[in-house]
Design a protein around this ligand. Structure first.
Ligand code: CMP
Length: 150
């Protein structure tokens, strides 16, 4: 079981719904570590770079417009198998398929506004972290002697 870093975005609309604490609490309760986090409004250009792999898909233009429509919170999250752990915590992309108990299953009714983005591979995580954070903005930490996670 490897320690990994992953990249998460709390998407626009979550602030308006006053659900930031709810989403962050779920990430923390799972035992993942928040190593970077900021509040930004993404430019269209940044959205286009983040979602370059989806260019040409029917939902792409709407996705770029939505992601640049208001403040969002990019984060770096770490922990054991953090990439797959965070994807499971987020639930299925399609809001109707997301299982109850997951962030999207409990909080998202519309696929485009599916509350969080989470990297799908180590390569994506590395690329996305570098797109949003400079190395100085990362704050790795450990539980040291207070390792309560069983
Ligand atoms: P995310 O994990 O951020 O990755 C790509 C995003 O595109 C996805 O979450 C959704 O917000 C959006 N998306 C993917 N598929 C669809 C779809 N069929 N309709 C609308 N939006 C979609």
């Amino acid at each position: 079981m490897a320690q990994q870093q992953t990249f998460v975005i709390i998407k626009p609309g979550v602030l308006q719904r006053r659900l930031v604490g709810e989403v962050v609490a779920r990430i923390e309760r799972k035992g993942l570590r928040i190593e970077a986090m900021k509040l930004i409004t993404m430019s269209r250009e940044l959205c286009e770079r983040q979602y370059a792999e989806h260019k040409g898909k029917p939902f792409y233009d709407g996705l770029v417009a939505f992601m640049s429509s208001g403040p969002s919170m990019p984060m770096v999250v770490s922990g054991e198998e953090a990439i797959s752990t965070m994807r499971k915590l987020a639930g299925a992309t399609n809001a109707a398929d997301a299982e109850p108990g997951t962030i999207r299953g409990d909080l998202a009714g519309v696929t485009q506004k599916n509350i969080v983005h989470a990297s799908d591979s180590p390569e994506s995580a590395e690329r996305e972290i570098a797109l949003f954070f400079s190395p100085e903005e990362l704050n790795p930490w450990s539980d040291g002697n207070h390792d309560w996670i069983v």
